[in-house]
Design a protein around this ligand. Structure first.
Ligand code: G4F
Length: 330
């Protein structure tokens, strides 16, 4: 059985990827940090097939020990401070985990597996946030980076160090430059889930308004379940490489809000939405739209879930969840 080791196992992508790899017959190991971590218990309850291993991206010896214990064929580094807004308040922590964490993971792989022709294959979760103030549209694997947040800066370091270790030590290391990807498992702090959850609660009479920041920013939103397949495909190629994973469509936050309210039959959405400066960022990424041609041609990957289906899936899921919590029959 092939063995996979995942950092960030408690997050949206970690959970989708663990399920996907388990379905492919992998033994799945997930790294969890901290003592008595409540999110680790949630992973065990939901996915008892995942073997949890202690470790922390801030602690190189713990990464070495985690790899020695799990003996993986493939390592997926999804762990990070992933919320862009938080990275402005905790810039140093973000640089340490989201940026230097990648370097430590690569070093751990070198330490347990040697340098050249290392049998461990490594996937790094790079991000479209690296494009920031975009230099060209749509963005491809060769578009220059111009990050607009401490998170984006840390991801650029992570991306570049993967390229450097690949070129310097012959590691099989790939980066997926993933554009925003969402779904029912998305954390409530991200705009898609914040909107779909609020729309569900407003429809059920449990909430009266939705308070947001910038409604003009545009994002290329795909479904997380589709995107984890691309991660795995990257590690099955003869040669390691980097790939943009995106839908090739972009939509504004305003369009997202309008569509989510329409899903529950509310047309006068403006009556429920208020903007508050506290949700605006010191520097914004105005427009993201990716060109996934390379992934389509080389990996045979394409997104299956489009924007309308994604919003509908998330609103319907939140309606069920919120109704069940409040004891409301739908
Ligand atoms: O949902 P968001 O917080 O995602 P963001 O910043 O695009 O980052 C996500 O995608 C990246 C890939 O490009 C990942 F690397 C990263 O880890 C994360 O998954 O915000 C999306 C947009 C922003 O323009 C933000 O200013 O929504 C805008 N927005 C407007 N009001 C809001 C809100 N965002 C949040 N989170 N909350 C609001 O109230």
């Amino acid at each position: 059985m092939p063995r996979a080791f995942i950092t960030g196992i408690t997050g949206q992508d970690g959970r989708h990827l663990a399920e996907f790899l388990h379905g492919k017959g992998y033994d799945v190991y997930g790294m969890v940090k901290g003592q008595n971590n409540p999110r680790a218990q949630a992973v065990t309850d939901e996915m008892p097939f995942v073997e949890l291993v202690p470790g922390d991206l801030a602690d190189l010896p713990s990464l070495v020990a985690a790899l020695e214990l799990s003996q993986p064929d493939e390592v997926y580094n999804l762990g990070a401070i992933s919320f862009v807004a938080l990275s402005f308040n905790q810039a140093e922590l973000t640089a340490n985990l989201t940026g230097l964490g990648v370097l430590r993971m690569l070093e751990a792989i070198r330490m347990i597996g040697g340098t050249h022709d290392n049998p461990i294959r490594f996937y790094q979760a790079s991000s479209s946030e690296m494009f920031g103030k975009v230099r060209e549209t749509p963005q491809t694997e060769t578009t220059p980076f111009h990050p607009r947040s401490p998170y984006g800066c840390a991801k650029v370091f992570g991306h570049d160090i993967v390229v450097n270790y690949r070129e310097s030590y012959g590691l099989y290391a790939c980066s997926g430059i993933l554009f925003n990807h969402e779904g029912p498992r998305r954390g409530i702090e991200f705009v898609t889930r914040k909107v779909t959850n609020a729309v569900a609660r407003i429809k059920l009479g449990l909430q009266h308004e939705l308070v947001l920041g910038n409604l003009d920013a545009k994002r290329d939103w795909g479904y997380a379940g589709d995107y984890v397949k691309a991660m795995w495909l990257m590690l099955q190629q003869d040669e390691p490489d980097d790939y943009v994973i995106a839908t090739g469509e972009t939509h504004s936050i305003e369009e997202l809000v309008e569509r989510a309210f329409a899903e529950v039959g509310i047309d006068n959405w403006r009556d429920y939405v208020r903007q508050d400066p506290k949700f605006f960022r010191p520097a914004e990424v105005d427009l993201l739209i990716g060109d996934p041609s390379k992934a389509r041609e080389k990996l045979g990957w394409k997104p299956e879930v489009g924007f309308p289906e994604l919003v509908s899936m998330m609103v319907q899921n939140d309606l069920q969840l919120e109704a069940a919590k409040a004891g409301i029959e739908l």
